[in-house]
Ligand binder design. Structure first.
Ligand code: 1CP
Length: 346
């Protein structure tokens, strides 16, 4: 059991705190020499994700190095498309590449039905990590949002503009909704198993929310995030598990995020600097917002920008310190250590 007095839970309960809890998106990864040492033993990134003991070791690395207030499962959002038979591979310097992407509506008809048992290696990693953490450090489980998983599955790779995906949803709108519904069911079953295995908190990554205009965001992304959070909040296993939504720079009214997502906490992208705290106060906790690029600057600049963020959120009931997106491989781990000290000394 995790101590509900942990800083992270208190912030998720919208408590105003003198020092916010701290964790970082992508806190385990290539920027850490300890990670690279383990990574080089595996050719294929997904093979590494399929090894629960290794995932446990990787999830603990940033906790041990920086004494953070929450751990996150070591895995990837693309485990679900992989389990659906789309053949996910990670290619050096290119990111994910799908062997069998969705090219036409028949590919959606022919998709495997998601079987949550195919991702047992993830739930085992959750249990191993949970058993290795002290009880004041909660464990975050996660999934991609249905939209973000659909975007990778259709595009077949990462992309700046996801042109193929945007054309596909225009030309195959009904089938796209069938696919998004199937992904929503898959995310629900997947997250439920993670909670059963020991995850204390859930984060949903809508990393490609930004490529949709407002109408399409509501239709193709927010609608399914809302279905997913509704299902989680109405299930015995997950009803009490706090949900954090990271939506990358969505082209919607911020009120929509607060009122329609069903999330307990919103993780703010770094460019959402004009997000009005008053529309969220006492409704949702807030997380993040610091530009990760700041970590490439000298220490005095890191301190200045961090203080600006902390000034902004200091009276907000339920703020979790984090970056506005993930740590990138070019960031020096010393600066993560320094940033963490700056927040705790503020
Ligand atoms: O070769 C390597 O070492 C792979 C690098 C790597 C790592 C360390 C990838 C490939 N995924 C991960 C782990 C990961 N991914 C975690 C656990 C680590 C942690 O956070 O401590 C998490 C939570 C993710 C989530 C994830 N994967 C997201 C959502 C977060 C975000 O950054 O917006 C996304 C979009 C992915 C897809 C993905 N996986 C890997 C890469 C390089 C990418 C991005 C591809 C792209 O740019 O589109």
């Amino acid at each position: 059991m995790t101590n509900s007095n942990s800083l992270f839970f208190r912030a998720l309960n919208k408590e105003g705190l003198k020092t916010p809890p701290i964790w970082y998106m992508r806190q385990a990864g290539r920027y850490m020499p300890e990670y690279r040492a383990v990574r080089k033993k595996f050719n294929n990134f997904l093979d590494m994700c399929k090894n629960p003991d290794v995932c446990c070791e990787l999830a603990l690395q940033p906790i041990n190095a920086f004494d953070l207030d929450a751990a996150i499962l070591f895995s990837d959002i693309l485990t679900i498309p992989d389990a659906l038979g789309l053949g996910v591979n990670f290619v050096e310097n290119e990111g994910p590449v799908f062997k069998n992407p969705i090219n036409n509506s028949k590919d959606i008809d022919n998709l495997n039905i998601f079987n949550p048992d195919e991702l047992k290696y993830v739930y085992q990693a959750v249990t191993n990590i949970k058993n290795s953490l002290s009880n004041n450090i909660p464990l975050i489980g996660f999934s991609g949002s249905p939209w973000t998983l659909a975007a990778y599955s259709i595009e077949g790779k990462s992309s700046k503009d996801f042109k193929k995906t945007l054309n596909f949803i225009n030309e195959n709108t009904n089938k796209s909704h069938i696919f998004l519904n199937a992904l929503t069911d898959a995310c629900f079953l997947y997250l439920r198993e993670q909670v059963k295995a020991g995850a204390d908190v859930i984060q949903i990554f809508d990393s490609w929310a930004n490529i949709l205009d407002e109408n399409r965001f509501n239709e193709f992304s927010m609608q399914y995030i809302n279905k997913l959070t509704y299902a989680l909040k109405n299930d015995k296993v997950t009803s009490k598990t706090p949900i954090i939504l990271f939506s990358r720079d969505p082209k919607c009214n911020n009120q929509t995020l607060v009122n329609n997502s069903g999330a307990d906490c919103l993780s703010l992208y770094w460019n959402m600097q004009d997000f009005d705290l008053n529309i969220a106060r006492n409704k949702v906790s807030l997380q993040g917002n610091l530009d990760p690029r700041i970590l490439l600057e000298p220490k005095d600049k890191i301190k200045y920008q961090t203080h600006k963020i902390l000034d902004k959120f200091k009276d907000y009931p339920g703020y979790i310190f984090n970056l506005g997106h993930g740590i990138t491989p070019d960031i020096n781990p010393d600066n993560i250590k320094y940033l963490t000290e700056v927040v705790r000394e503020y």
